[in-house]
Design a protein around this ligand. Structure first.
Ligand SMILES: [Zn+2]
Length: 344
């Protein structure tokens, strides 16, 4: 009797099987990347809050306009994160991997974009993140928008600029080890910038004085990045020390969010981390609000203090169109090159 042999699959069936699974796999990757993207950077809550609070620091001549659009500025504070996978050149505006440039990064890197491109090369700069330069570029764009008295550009760039400034204040936005992936601390990114503010921001003191004029935005944004970077060691070290003294089942807990059970850092672990950081997240968030208000104000002054009262009557429905049409979309090109910032 002939031994039993399974029927051989026809070649076309095999191909179909392969392509079907390859397609499923690509969709899975795309969805995973999207999920990461949606959770990236200062949590959405913190970004919205930072832009909102910055409005209250502005002089009355600006508040007449900014307060009218405060919801727009707050809601759209997260636009740059939403665009990260869709727009070429967006992803690198949110971070800078300073450790790539060695110990003397701050000496090696020119403060201004043109000089940096000449010295390092644009491709290399973009690969490792450009947040301190992009803040300067966006500030120049905002000044131009004020000069043009272009309501929609002023609002769109203000919202975006608030986002980039806030990202520059996050310690883990200044390192290659942005999610603790090289030190066995995966998930620390979202833990620091989303989970902690969500749990404790109610107690943060966000009372800040009026906006002040920044005579050298380039200098100040680099100083902000420098202090973010110097806070990075304690962000990682304290989490590691705490983890060593915690059982895994105590470190994490499950919470129901939008009817989905999600694993998060437990309240107990978060409280301990919050305590050892001794107000670090609060200080970085305060500094963000401070600089966002200051730079909006500085751009307005540099543009000759145009009368914003006149602009406050613009039709808000145009805002939607303007925001959507702002950048070209290029999904697939971005999808596979954009790094995730956070996975929890
Ligand atoms: Zn961001």
């Amino acid at each position: 009797m002939a031994p039993f042999l399974p029927p051989r699959q026809k070649k076309s069936e095999k191909n179909r099987f392969f392509f079907k699974n390859a397609l499923k796999f690509s969709i899975l990757i795309a969805l995973t990347a999207l999920f990461w993207g949606a959770k990236a950077h200062w949590g959405f809550w913190a970004h919205k809050r930072i832009n909102r609070l910055a409005v209250f620091r502005l002089p009355v001549e600006m508040q007449v306009f900014y307060k009218k659009y405060i919801d727009y500025l707050s809601e759209n504070a997260v636009n740059p994160d939403k665009r990260r996978y869709a727009v070429v050149g967006e992803a690198e505006r949110h971070f800078i991997d300073l450790d790539v440039y060695g110990d003397s990064a701050f000496k090696v890197l020119p403060k201004h974009w043109k000089a940096a491109v000449q010295k390092i090369g644009e491709d290399s700069l973009r690969k490792h993140g450009i947040v301190p330069w992009h803040v300067q570029i966006a500030a120049a764009q905002l000044t131009a928008a004020f000069r043009e008295k272009n309501t929609f550009r002023i609002l769109r760039i203000s919202a975006d600029l608030g986002h980039y400034i806030a990202d520059a204040h996050v310690p883990l936005h200044t390192t290659r080890n942005y999610n603790g992936q090289f030190t066995g601390q995966d998930g620390i990114h979202g833990f620091w910038e989303s989970r902690l503010p969500e749990l404790f921001a109610e107690d943060y003191d966000m009372w800040l004085g009026p906006a002040i004029y920044r005579k050298d935005i380039g200098h100040d944004i680099w100083k902000a990045v420098e202090s973010s970077h110097s806070a990075m060691d304690s962000v990682l070290l304290f989490e590691k020390q705490l983890t060593d003294g915690f059982k895994v089942d105590k470190k994490y807990s499950f919470e129901l969010r939008n009817n989905v059970l999600i694993r998060m850092h437990s309240r107990e672990f978060s409280e301990k981390y919050h305590r050892v950081l001794a107000g670090q997240v609060e200080r970085r968030m305060r500094a963000s609000v401070q600089m966002v208000g200051d730079i909006w104000y500085t751009c307005w002054v540099d543009a000759g203090q145009p009368d914003l009262g006149q602009l406050a009557n613009a039709e808000p429905r145009h805002l939607e169109q303007n925001t959507e049409a702002a950048e070209p979309q290029n999904w697939l090109q971005r999808l596979l090159h954009v790094r995730p910032e956070s996975d929890n």
